[in-house]
Ligand binder design. Structure first.
Ligand SMILES: [Zn+2]
Length: 329
């Protein structure tokens, strides 16, 4: 690691790969010429230097996705699997878009492996387990792609940009890296990044609101929606993991803990979400006449989980210190 790092230290290294001709011919017919050059650069940095990343790009190409780069706010990338669009936010820098491209293409690969595009087919508890797993996996995979680029070329700007935005994810990944010059990606590295995703509370909450409260709970009232199709499907932690968390050879990087999605810290839900779900599901039950799964009510509340057993009426800080000291013995 040190040799490689020293070799590149202090030099503003250009992104490896070049911007002349894309190594993976993803449809860029919707991109303006300047964007095509940028997109080519991003594709080549990945395709030339990351085996894992190249497979992801090939999947997007094979599935007919059209790349669109537009200026936007609040997101770096998106995939529209209904219309086969792959969006990158042109306002982000190229290094961050390397990570973003890997993330979005991983979603495309998840769908190709049978993951649901619309998580609202699942009951609320499973929709949360599934959507979180899908995102945590896409981030872990993006970290792995950035790591492979670093290992092959010494170019670590994508990983650094990623770490600026998501220190827990990259930190979790890096903790398990023994040799940054080796492109090997281990289950421990993937698990470390995956765990990191769940530690970024604000983001987990944002996805909960995005996927469930603003997403599914509204969509199910669309004029054309079939209300009885929502929130019914059931799945398991192992099923989700085996579909979503796949290594290159098809094995699952959570094979040693196939119930990991049931860890309490992965099941947090905010009280406001529970209340809104209660309202909407009550309405759906009236319309369809069929009862819905209510197991989301048993999920631990985000508001109290981190605080642990100590609430406002708990012992004072001084008392806690004494207790902690006693426990330490
Ligand atoms: Zn995503």
């Amino acid at each position: 690691m040190d040799d490689l790092n020293t070799a590149y230290e202090g030099k503003a290294q250009p992104m490896p790969g070049g911007d002349e001709k894309p190594l993976v011919a993803i449809d860029m017919s919707f991109c303006m010429p300047a964007q095509k050059k940028r997109a080519t650069k991003i594709i080549n940095a990945i395709a030339e230097n990351s085996e894992l990343g190249r497979d992801l790009l090939e999947q997007a190409r094979k599935d007919g996705y059209k790349l669109i780069m537009i200026g936007a706010q609040g997101w770096a990338g998106q995939v529209d699997a209904d219309h086969k669009y792959l969006y990158l936010n042109a306002c982000e820098n190229d290094d961050y878009l390397v990570k973003t491209m890997a993330h979005e293409c991983r979603h495309i690969q998840q769908f190709a492996r049978g993951a649901e595009y619309d998580c609202s087919v699942y009951n609320i508890r499973d929709a949360l387990r599934f959507s979180r797993c899908k995102e945590a996996d896409a981030e872990a995979t993006a970290a792995a792609v950035c790591h492979e680029i670093r290992a092959k070329t010494g170019y670590d700007a994508p990983l650094k940009e990623f770490a600026k935005e998501h220190p827990e994810i990259v930190g979790g990944f890096e903790k398990a890296v023994k040799n940054p010059s080796s492109p090997v990606v281990t289950n421990e590295m993937m698990q470390g990044a995956f765990d990191g995703w769940y530690k970024e509370d604000a983001m987990v909450q944002t996805y909960e609101t995005g996927y469930i409260v603003k997403g599914a709970l509204n969509h199910c009232w669309d004029r054309e929606a079939d209300q009885s199709a929502y929130f019914r499907k059931k799945t398991t932690s192992a099923q989700i993991l085996k579909t979503v968390c796949a290594n290159k050879d098809g094995s699952c990087y959570w094979e040693n803990e196939l119930d990991t999605l049931n860890r309490p810290e992965r099941l947090l839900i905010s009280e406001a979400t529970v209340n809104r779900v209660d309202e909407v599901l009550g309405g759906l039950e009236k319309v369809t006449g069929k009862p819905l799964d209510r197991s989301y009510r048993d999920m631990p509340r985000r508001e109290t989980f981190r605080a642990g057993p100590v609430k406002e009426k708990g012992p004072s800080a001084a008392v806690l210190k004494t207790i902690a000291a006693r426990r330490a013995r």
